[in-house]
Design a protein around this ligand. Structure first.
Ligand SMILES: Cc1ncc(COP(=O)(O)O)c(C=O)c1O
Length: 398
């Protein structure tokens, strides 16, 4: 009776973990939303927009001041010039931008290439848009100075005449990998050879460590005409609940994205688009401070998790730490934690018995068993939240 497509995926595990954290009064290091205040200037801009009566539908593909601000910032930070009239669609979060982009380009029989582990939304995005995903595995770093890697031959072999797009996410959730220019150029060569799009989720563009730089695929020679950039306000300005994101795409793709977007949601909240336009004009010092504050939080959580016995993979960007839990001996046979894979049982044990919520690794893999020894923590939290997690972890035994 119900949709065969909707039957193929489950509720979001990440968002379920947040609900479990609330139920068990646990410290929530699962879902990636900051628990600290957004910048005063962006909040004031939103208040002002409502006072100014920006309360009706914006133009469906986005308020002009926000589109103009995106054009200016993309040129300033990535040296890529786009047309606000023909190449930008403002959506309800980058979540909707990704879904609209996929629905706008996918036809029955099309395939997409996806690096694995992947941000869990890409699975349902593929199913709902009708794309068949081909996964390319990334391997964890061997030590703290090395990176998540993948096999170039395996990546090349994932492309064929049915490939419509590769989904890239840099800086990456959950691994923290930041793709280098060399890696982007290798992907570019495959996209050009097989005449495919690259949909690149760049929502963590300003959260970078260890001197890494974010390079948008749109600035790689030969990619401007085949790249769809997904981005938004959520992470850069700590306003995940505002639901403002966007897609930057060449005009022919934008035409299609705008139609899908219009009939899905009509538009994102008008006053919050106005506030977003103000935020995108923040000086460089804002982004420097954002990154600096996350450097401190990353070090803090790396230390806490290492002391608690986790094997940690140091992220180069974004605000998550992937860990390995293979060393933990926990009561996984206890019916209270019963689960199809060990990581889910561990996450249930952790939230119920220890009082810390994380995301089970299997939610980032197509085959649950492949993530069975991993869990992910986020550090976009206040110091007191991280300190509370440290305290709770004292009960955790190897
Ligand atoms: C890689 C990635 N893309 C997109 C999103 C969702 O962004 P938005 O709030 O703009 O929908 C997230 C949120 O965690 C994410 O990690």
């Amino acid at each position: 009776m119900l949709s065969a497509k909707a039957e193929q995926f489950t509720e979001s595990v990440i968002r379920e973990m947040t609900r479990l954290a609330q139920k068990h009064n646990a410290v929530n290091l699962s879902q990636g939303f900051p628990d600290f205040a957004a910048p005063a200037e962006i909040k004031e801009a939103a208040r002002q927009a409502i006072a100014d009566d920006i309360n009706q539908y914006a133009i469906t593909w986005g308020a002009k001041p926000l589109r103009d601000a995106i054009v200016e910032k993309f040129a300033r930070t990535q040296n890529v010039r786009v047309d606000p009239e023909r190449e930008i669609t403002i959506c309800c979060g980058s979540t909707e931008a990704m879904m609209s982009a996929m629905m706008a380009i996918i036809n029955p029989g099309d395939e997409i290439v996806v690096f694995e582990p992947f941000y869990e939304n890409y699975g349902p995005d593929a199913i709902l848009s009708g794309a068949t995903p081909r996964f390319v595995r990334m391997q964890p770093p061997k030590d703290t100075n090395s990176e998540w890697t993948y096999d170039q031959d395996e990546l090349a072999a994932a492309f064929n005449e049915h490939t419509k797009a590769i989904i890239l996410n840099t800086p990456n959730n959950p691994t923290g990998k930041v793709f280098t220019r060399g890696e982007l150029e290798f992907i570019r060569d495959l996209c050009v050879r097989h005449n495919t799009f690259c949909i690149t989720d760049e929502i963590y563009e300003h959260i970078l460590y260890d001197g890494t730089a974010h390079i948008s695929m749109a600035q790689i020679d030969g990619m401007r005409e085949r790249t769809i950039v997904i981005n938004g306000l959520s992470k850069t300005y700590s306003v995940t609940g505002w639901r403002v994101g966007w897609a930057i795409a060449p005009p022919h793709a934008t035409q299609s994205i705008r139609k899908v977007h219009d009939f899905l949601t009509v538009g994102a909240a008008a006053p919050l688009q106005q506030a977003g336009a103000a935020a995108l004009q923040f000086p460089q010092s804002y982004y420097d401070k954002l990154s600096e504050s996350y450097v401190v939080k990353r070090e803090r959580l790396l230390k806490i998790l290492t002391a608690a016995g986790f094997t940690v993979y140091k992220p180069r960007g974004a605000y998550y730490i992937m860990t390995d839990i293979v060393r933990f001996d926990f009561p996984h046979d206890d019916p209270r934690f019963a689960a199809p894979s060990r990581d889910v049982a561990f996450a249930r044990y952790l939230v119920q018995e220890i009082g810390v919520a994380c995301v089970p690794g299997s939610s980032f893999y197509n085959n649950a068993q492949d993530g069975a020894s991993q869990v992910r923590f986020t550090f976009c939290k206040k110091e007191e939240t991280l300190a509370a997690a440290e305290e709770r972890f004292r009960k955790l035994r190897l």
